[in-house]
Design a protein. Structure first.
Length: 355
């Protein structure tokens, strides 16, 4: 047993942990970390050089835009707003409480402290009741990968979950003396990376701010002579039609890079586990779908195309992490190229062989 002084110090620390979590500072740190990783890998510069400038030159050459010089291509880092309350997001007239939101009109990422506080409470309950089961399941996967050690070899790594019809695990650095702070840092980093991709997507649309993007798509469809026509059409349609799918995939991949979790298979083994979970979920919904369609041939295992875009994005991102593993960093531009052209059909093409 430790000394009385040590016991008092621990009690004092725990009281401080319980009542003085500085969420504002944590959110600000995670926000800065997210954009530091984008700068470190020159993600925004890469997209501007390869996609935006090429698109502008092609659109200008064929008269779809007139004055290329007046169209700003410089990405502006979005401002951060910390909300004390929940954030409501309306999609299809159904209000939904969300952790964060990118506001195009203000170029701002808004993050909800209430949502994060609720998430922290859920995570603490989850870790208290399921941590042992998680470690056991991950150790089984490591054995299948012929790793001779144990997931418990990794110091200070815990596992958080995101629930989208099923449980996705994220590795996370966990400070045992302040789990709340560790959880808050992880979730705010994920939120900022997700909303940060929305800001990148919308920057491309902003560059075409004098034109309606839908009109551009229509003009491209009607002009088969334009160089990169299919290329530009895919990018524009995907930005407009698949924003959450793309942002969710980007969030997963950049989270692993930002924390260095891609460097060791013990750390990205959670991605393998998530793929298995996704496969089990797909099998179940396809079984239900086939039961409802008795006229179909027996054994029909058509992939269900009505999955949540968030769910598809998380699965796609986990597959990319598992596929590249330690070489994730070296292949980041190839991965960004694929995200730029990512839509539901492409995501399913990547996911389906793993089910």
């Amino acid at each position: 047993m430790g000394s009385t002084k040590d016991h008092i110090n621990d009690m004092t620390y725990n009281v401080k942990d319980e009542f003085s979590l500085n969420l504002d500072k944590i959110i600000e740190r995670s926000y800065e970390k997210a954009f530091e990783i984008l700068d470190e890998f020159d993600i925004i510069k890469y997209i501007e050089e390869k996609y935006i400038k090429k698109a502008l030159e092609s659109l200008h050459k064929f008269g779809i835009i007139e004055d290329i010089e007046s169209m700003h291509t410089n990405y502006e880092k979005p401002k951060l707003e910390i909300s004390e309350d929940y954030i409501s997001k309306n999609e299809s007239s159904v209000p939904e409480e969300v952790a964060g939101q990118y506001l195009l009109s203000e170029n701002k990422i808004k993050i909800s402290k209430k949502f994060i506080e609720s998430y922290i409470d859920d995570q603490l309950k989850f870790l208290n009741h399921h941590e042992g089961k998680i470690i056991t399941s991950l150790d089984e996967i490591l054995k299948d990968l012929h790793y001779k050690g144990s997931i418990s070899d990794i110091q200070d790594i815990g596992y958080l979950y995101v629930n989208h019809n099923s449980i996705f695990l994220y590795p996370s650095y966990i400070n045992e003396r302040n789990k709340k702070e560790s959880i808050a840092e992880a979730i705010t980093l994920l939120i900022t990376l997700h909303e940060g991709w929305h800001s990148i997507d919308n920057n491309i649309l902003k560059i075409l701010n004098n034109l309606n993007p839908v009109n551009i798509v229509n003009k491209l469809k009607n002009n088969s002579t334009i160089i990169y026509m299919d290329y530009l059409l895919n990018i524009l349609e995907n930005i407009l039609e698949n924003p959450e799918l793309r942002a969710s995939a980007f969030e997963v991949i950049m989270y692993y890079l930002a924390n260095g979790f891609h460097k060791d298979e013990r750390e990205y083994v959670a991605a393998y586990r998530n793929i298995l979970t996704f496969g089990e979920y797909i099998e179940e919904i396809n079984k239900q779908q086939n039961d409802k369609n008795k006229n179909k041939q027996d054994g029909n295992n058509d992939f269900n195309y009505d999955l949540s875009p968030y769910y598809l994005g998380y699965c796609y991102g986990n597959i990319i992490v598992a596929k590249y593993g330690p070489s994730l960093k070296e292949n980041i531009y190839k991965i960004i190229d694929n995200i730029m052209l990512l839509n539901k059909k492409r995501a399913i093409e990547v996911i389906k062989p793993y089910i």
